[in-house]
Design a protein around this ligand. Structure first.
Ligand code: SAM
Length: 274
C-alpha cells in the first residue's frame, strides 16, 4: 500500500510526497521530530509537521542563508548560527578559510543527533575542528555575547514554541550587540506569499536596529509557496556586494547574489509600508 506524507503548509494548502520509509518519529522535549525518506525529495527532516530541510533542495536554502553575508563581509572569522541543528548552514560557513570559529547554538539536541544519523550530507560540517556545537537557547546565548561575532545567521523554525523570541525586537537588538563593530546578520524570514505580516514586522524590527537592511529571495521547492525570503542587517558593509571569494556551490554565485536583491513589485511594496 502506498504511503503519502502531507504537510499542511497553510490552513488551505498542503504539499504531499510519496513515502519510501519513515526512518524516525520521536517526541523531543521541544517538538515532534520525524525523518522521512521520500521518493521525490530524498530524506526530509520534519519538525512539528513542517518540512525543515530535504536532501534534494537543501542546498538552495543553506547556500543562500550563508553566502550572502559570508561574501559581503570582507573577512568573517567568527560566525554564529542560531538554530540550524541540521548543520547545513555551518557546512557552508566553513567553506571559507577566513573562518576561525563557527558556533552552532541549537536548543534541541535531538535535531543535531538525528541529522548526524540520517542526513550526513547536510550535517557533515559539524565535525570540523573549527565548529563548536552548543545545545542551548539561542536567545540566551545572544544576550550573553558582546562584540563577539562577524556574522550571525538565524536559521530558525517558524515563530512557534521556542522560536517565537527569535523574531523579536529584543533579539535583533541583542544580535547587534553580539556582533563586532562591522558585523552582519542574516535571518530567514519565510514566504512573501503566505507570511506577509511576519516579513513586514521582521524587516522593520531589523531596520530599526541596523543602518543597512535589505531583503532578498531564493526559490526553495519544499517551502510554502516555493519563494523564500531572508533579511540581512549590516552595520557597515553593503549586503548586495558579493566579493566573489572562491567557493564551491550549486545555487549561489555572484550573479545570483546581486539578482537575489531584485524584488518583485508585490514584495517591495510590502516593505515600502515600513
Ligand atoms: N531551514 C529551516 C526552515 O526554515 O524551515 C530551519 C531549520 S533548523 C532545523 C531550525 C532549528 O531552530 C530547529 O532545529 C529548532 O530546534 C531550532 N530552534 C528553535 N528555537 C530555538 C532557540 N530559541 N534557540 C536555538 N535553536 C532554536
Amino acid at each position: 500500500m502506498e504511503l503519502w506524507y502531507t504537510e499542511k503548509q497553510t490552513p488551505n494548502l498542503g504539499i504531499t510526497c510519496l513515502v519510501r520509509e519513515t526512518l524516525c518519529h520521536i517526541k523531543t522535549p521541544f517538538q515532534d521530530l520525524a525523518v522521512i525518506d521520500t521518493l521525490q525529495f530524498g530524506k526530509m527532516l520534519v519538525l512539528d509537521g513542517m518540512v525543515q530541510t530535504t536532501e534534494q533542495d537543501e542546498f538552495v536554502y543553506h547556500e543562500m542563508i550563508a553566502h550572502i553575508a559570508m561574501q559581503a563581509h570582507p573577512n568573517p572569522k567568527d560566525v554564529l548560527v542560531v538554530g540550524g541543528g541540521d548543520g547545513g548552514a555551518i557546512r557552508e560557513v566553513i567553506k571559507y578559510d577566513s573562518v576561525e570559529s563557527a558556533t552552532l547554538v541549537e536548543i534541541d539536541e535531538a535535531v543535531v543527533e538525528m541529522s548526524k544519523k540520517y542526513l550526513p550530507g547536510i550535517s557533515v560540517g559539524l565535525s570540523d575542528p573549527r565548529v563548536n556545537v552548543l545545545i542551548a537557547d539561542g536567545i540566551k546565548h545572544v544576550k550573553e555575547s558582546v562584540g563577539k561575532y562577524d556574522v550571525i545567521l538565524v536559521d530558525s523554525t517558524e515563530p512557534v514554541g521556542p522560536a517565537v523570541g527569535l523574531f523579536s525586537q529584543d533579539f535583533y537588538a541583542g544580535i547587534y550587540r553580539a556582533l563586532k563593530k562591522d558585523g552582519m546578520l542574516v535571518a530567514q524570514t519565510e514566504s512573501p506569499f503566505f507570511n506577509r505580516d511576519l516579513i513586514r514586522s521582521a524587516y522593520s524590527r531589523i531596520k530599526s536596529v541596523f543602518p543597512l537592511t535589505k531583503l532578498y529571495l531564493a526559490s526553495i521547492p519544499t517551502y510554502p509557496s516555493g519563494l523564500w525570503s531572508f533579511t540581512v542587517g549590516s552595520k557597515c558593509y553593503e549586503p548586495e556586494e558579493g566579493k566573489q571569494k572562491p567557493v564551491e556551490t550549486k545555487y549561489y554565485n555572484s550573479a545570483v547574489h546581486k539578482g537575489a536583491f531584485c524584488l518583485p513589485n508585490f514584495v517591495s511594496e510590502l516593505l515600502e509600508a515600513e
